[in-house]
Design a protein around this ligand. Structure first.
Ligand code: PRT
Ligand code: ZN
Length: 298
């Protein structure tokens, strides 16, 4: 029996989501006694333990309640529950999208393939590791095509002449490009997300989950936000408000005796680019500083 005073989260053992998941937890103040060849790793700073597993197994662990939470790409959930929507238990849901592991599931064709619309795929062979997602896309577009199911290296299928097109995950697009393929349409976008089990959580675990979510949301909000400081003419405050994206109510501190110039400190909920800083300078702001924010609780 596991203790109801601890939460258990499954994350990918080794792959694209592993380091980012651990780094998110580190920013949330969680640390683990990571031991080689162990499945379960005990949290040392916060009563949360992690299981390091293959990403494809995470939905199953959530269904069985072996873990309370999991970090997995939306693409994995889409593919799994499209094959059997009934397998997705009530209450199992995405709690928060984490902003990493971003990719898209796309159709790509060789350069010479003339593609106008999904109908161009009629009677063609399409290689994929996402047969359910592809099946749905073809049905939605009333296209009949042959699905060639592969577990990996989907991008080489056209050059091996076992497929005419591919349906695969893309992030930078380099893999497609280096295989002479061109992305023609996107089925959906995906990112890593924190998913909860559909099983009922004991009240102690619910409290831990709420604390963890507050920390995760704080880290995510902080990573998107910037702290902006500048000196500017008092008369420019309204213009500055319009220029800085997502600026919250600024603190305005008079400078000197006449208060003509003021120091402005504000949190912007979005990134502040060079162009924005140049616009601020153009209306008389000086000493403009944009600082990262580490943690936020509102
Ligand atoms: O061993 P395990 O089963 O745990 O790992 P895995 O090999 O199944 O997964 P992994 O580590 O490759 O990916 C884990 C998750 O990362 C995926 O489920 C997605 O949610 C996410 N992700 C983000 C990606 C990509 N970007 C991605 N580019 N997963 C795979 N790719 C592959 C893609 O299939 C293609 O082969 O990378 C290639 C394309 O990359 P670009 O950058 O050249 O476009
Ligand atoms: Zn996998």
């Amino acid at each position: 029996m596991r203790s109801s005073n601890r939460l258990r989260i499954a994350i990918q053992k080794s792959g694209r989501l592993s380091d980012k998941s651990l780094s998110l937890f580190a920013k949330c103040g969680l640390d683990f006694d990571l031991r080689k060849d162990r499945l379960l790793h005990v949290g040392t700073e916060f009563p949360v333990d992690i299981m390091l597993v293959r990403d494809d197994d995470i939905p199953e662990y959530l269904v069985d309640g072996v873990c309370d939470l999991g970090i997995v790409g939306e693409n994995v959930l889409e593919e799994k529950y499209l094959s059997n929507p009934k397998a997705k238990p009530e209450g199992m849901e995405i709690l928060v999208k984490l902003g990493f592991g971003t990719c898209r599931l796309s159709i790509a064709v060789p350069e010479r393939f003339s593609y106008d619309s999904p109908q161009s795929l009629q009677n063609r062979r399409i290689a994929t590791s996402y047969p359910n997602c592809l099946k749905r896309f073809l049905a939605e577009n009333r296209v009949e095509a042959q699905i060639v199911e592969l577990n990996g290296s989907v991008e080489i299928a056209p050059s091996l002449q076992i497929a005419d097109a591919v349906c695969d995950l893309v992030s930078s697009g380099v893999t497609l490009q280096s295989n002479g393929l061109r992305e023609v349409t996107t089925l959906f976008k995906s990112e890593a997300c924190l998913v909860r089990t559909g099983k009922k959580l004991a009240p102690e675990r619910m409290l831990l989950l709420e604390r963890l979510l507050q920390r995760i949301n704080g880290v995510l909000r902080a990573s998107r936000s910037k702290y902006v400081m500048m000196n500017a003419p008092r008369s420019a405050i309204d213009q500055i408000r319009k220029i800085i994206p997502g600026m919250e109510e600024p603190s305005v501190i008079p400078l000197g005796v006449d208060g003509e110039r003021v120091a402005i400190h504000a949190v912007s909920s979005e990134n502040v680019f060079w162009e924005t800083m140049e616009s601020l300078k153009a209306i008389g702001a000086s000493s403009i500083l944009v600082l990262p924010i580490e943690k936020v609780i509102t």
